[in-house]
Design a protein around this ligand. Sequence first.
Ligand code: PLP
Length: 387
Amino acid sequence: MSEFIPLSVPNFGPREAELAGEAITSGWVSTSGGKVTEFEEALARYLGMDRAVACNGGSSALHLAAMAAGITRGDEVIVPTLTFIAAVNPLTRYVGAEPIFIGCDDSLCIDPDAVEAFCRDHCELRDGKLYNKATGAHVKALEAVHVFGNMADMVRLTEIARRYGLILIEDATEALGTHYTDGPFAGKFAGTIGDIGCYSFNGNKIITTGAGGAVVSNHPDWAEHAKHLSTQAKADLLQFLHDEVGYNYRMTNVQACLGLAQLERLEGFIAHKKELYDHYVEKLDGVKGLRILPFRTEGIRPNRWFFSLYLKDSGLDRDTVIEKLQAQGIQTRPVWALIHEQADYPRNEAYGLDKALNYRRYIVNLPCSTNLSLADCERVCQAVLSL
Ligand SMILES: *Cc1c(COP(=O)(O)O)cnc(C)c1O
């Protein structure tokens, strides 16, 4: 059998080995060492922000963002239901808050119409704060997740957040490099538009540090606070004085070296993703009722992190497709089970779910690694066409 084609794996080369090797030889392998700051500066420069705070995971980044934003026990946060669980847990249960779940639009990102309908029909504004009429709780924040590298509709979402007094948190863990090219946010990257934004450098993301993450904010004091919380909230380094409950969330120097090497290659990775995506579209879109879901590109440059084969009109069953491709050595997966149906979230409110339920049922994510060759991409296409 020909070689196994994984869904999404790291793309490391000599540059990563060289920089990480320097860290190891120097002995600076933990959270001290100059490379973490260097990585933060390089990332901030790429994103057009004054600073970035590096940490040890995207989930940690989101937890830090929730705390920096002041989300606390009893608050409610509007979140998407079609996303990875780590987009929701850190903003809600980790800090004692409750989620309100909202479905998606055709970009797979949170549906602005459904968010607006919830705020308008189920809440009331008092003194600039939004209260949920059913629970009496303060609805404090809104989370936009840039699913699969698509830009959520930030023009609508920022307007809704402003009108209803909501803090806008961006989960850009899948969307590093996605940016507006036109319109009111021209030049702005996913993650840099709302109050605070988060990135992940997990092994399956567009660039990786093995595990890692970062926070950026348009409130300099929030970014500072996130950094403080990520380093055990030390108020005095020598005397071990801590002024609040902090965490051991700092990125390591070795991870930062990997990140520096990967950042140099990011634009190349995004260009290759587009080549792969275009190949899938050319070979599969519109054939035998198959679709490759489009990314929003009007005034937007997406990073095209994950590709979605959409089976609705093909007569094919999602799980059978996944199984048959697996038998041919090709790894694919369904989109996430909806969060409002998981853990103890079914007792939380959920609105506007039709599209999320539909996409959950009919999407299969295809191999999309940045080191996937066009020949292997073609092998995936032929395998899909043979089903
Ligand atoms: C990957 C991911 C996270 C979590 O990042 P980790 O680095 O794995 O902790 C959060 N939200 C979304 C949408 C993700 O895809």
